[in-house]
Design a protein around this ligand. Structure first.
Ligand SMILES: Cc1cc2nc3c(=O)[nH]c(=O)nc-3n(C[C@H](O)[C@H](O)[C@H](O)COP(=O)(O)OP(=O)(O)OC[C@H]3O[C@@H](n4cnc5c(N)ncnc54)[C@H](O)[C@@H]3O)c2cc1C
Length: 355
């Protein structure tokens, strides 16, 4: 039997892969490409913290990115380019930046997963996202069968999305470059919860190390970390994106005391967690076989003993359907699922589908 994807995802779900390759040495990428079997582009796995792999065998190649390395390059304008290998944990890159007095990603500390996966969903937290500092990506293009360099403007970044998410399977990200500034101060605080935690007004620039530590403490308090063991130790964090709502829906939500935020693109976004609670869900509730809302957060689903990828997907549908029935708002799942039925790279991955 092939390597189990369950051994490489934080949900610990997923059947065996036909072929499982680990990419650990940047110098041997083309050897690895030559060894990929089958005709489809491989499924690329980082830390597996945003992946819901099917119970059935994955009929293709899976590449786990394990290359590590962070390099600094001073730029002419006194900023610094930080070049990171795809398999490096994002949390380590944040630690490195803060330790070197570099501002730009300090609010992304504690997010599980790899640097190479961060551009895929434009990973973000506390009002900061990887696209704020990302300047370029070196990737392997499975359509052109060669290395390409993509500038940030070519990556289609938006709220938890990018070209890598909307055209899945086409590129394997090998290296990312971030532009950061040397500063003892963090980026301006724009997220109200963080301002409260820092006891700092919105727009202020707190000391870099203090800001980074406050984020780590706040994540721990709010159940935004994966516990080492216990009932919530198998999870992918938030299971739904905060949905875009119409002005009329925003007014209704606000009049019931719910939060609505305006994004940088002007769109209004409601809180998926708040909508789930309005629909009757709460921390600790059983949703499907072995699938529960985590003990601390309704928006995080935990997989327990009896869980399967099928029951996890069914639980996502139960939650999304209930919110739709209550508020007429359609929630979109955040975790990505390797699509075993796909035959072309453009249909290689998809989010779990609900009715
Ligand atoms: C407790 C917890 C908290 C979380 N908090 C946050 C948060 O605050 N903000 C947030 O945005 N996310 C959060 N997440 C989700 C997740 O950690 C991020 O999406 C993270 O960037 C995923 O990284 P990964 O390496 O684990 O990706 P994986 O799950 O391995 O992969 C995710 C997707 O990226 C693709 N991919 C991975 N690596 C590459 C590569 N090198 N090239 C091309 N495609 C690639 C995969 O094919 C897949 O489609 C959280 C998850 C958990 C479990």
């Amino acid at each position: 039997m092939g390597e189990l994807l369950a051994d490489h995802t934080t949900l610990r779900l997923g059947g065996p892969a036909d072929q499982f390759l680990t990419h650990a040495d940047p110098g041997t990428w083309f050897d690895l490409v030559r060894s990929v079997q089958g005709t489809r582009a491989p499924f690329v796995l980082g830390g597996g913290s945003n992946t819901l792999a099917d119970d059935a065998a994955y009929p293709g190649a899976v590449i786990r990115m394990a290359t590590c390395g962070i390099a600094l390059r001073p730029l002419a304008d006194a900023s610094v380019e930080v070049v990171v290998q795809a398999g490096e944990p994002l949390a380590k890159v944040v630690e490195f930046a803060v330790a070197h007095g570099l501002s730009g990603i300090e609010y992304l500390g504690g997010i599980p997963g790899t640097a190479g996966a961060a551009p895929v969903q434009n990973t973000g937290a506390y009002g900061q996202q990887i696209s704020d500092t990302l300047t370029r990506i070196t990737a392997y293009d499975w359509d052109l069968l060669r290395l390409v360099e993509l500038r940030s403007a070519e990556c289609g970044f938006g709220y938890r999305t990018s070209t890598f998410k909307t055209r899945p399977g086409r590129w394997t990200i090998l290296e990312i470059a971030l532009r950061m500034t040397r500063s003892a101060l963090a980026a301006p605080v724009i997220y109200p919860n963080l301002a409260d935690a820092l006891a700092s007004p919105l727009g202020a620039r707190p000391p870099l190390a203090e800001a980074a530590q406050t984020v780590l403490d706040d994540r721990r308090l709010r159940g935004l970390n994966i516990p080492d063991d216990g009932p919530d130790s198998r999870q992918v964090g938030s299971v739904f994106l905060n949905p875009t709502v119409t002005p009329a829906q925003a007014t209704t939500i606000r009049s019931s005391g719910g939060p609505v935020q305006r994004g940088p693109d002007g769109s209004l976004r409601a809180s998926a967690g708040w909508l789930l609670e309005q629909a009757g869900f709460c921390p600790g509730l059983r949703i499907d076989a072995g699938v529960y809302c985590s003990s601390g957060r309704t928006l995080t689903l935990a997989a327990r003993e009896a869980a399967t990828a099928a029951s996890f997907t069914a639980a996502l549908c139960t939650l999304a359907d209930a919110v739709f029935a209550t508020d007429g708002i359609r929630l979109r799942p955040e975790p990505i699922r390797p699509n075993a039925m796909a035959t072309t790279s453009s249909r290689h991955l998809r989010a779990p589908e609900c009715s």
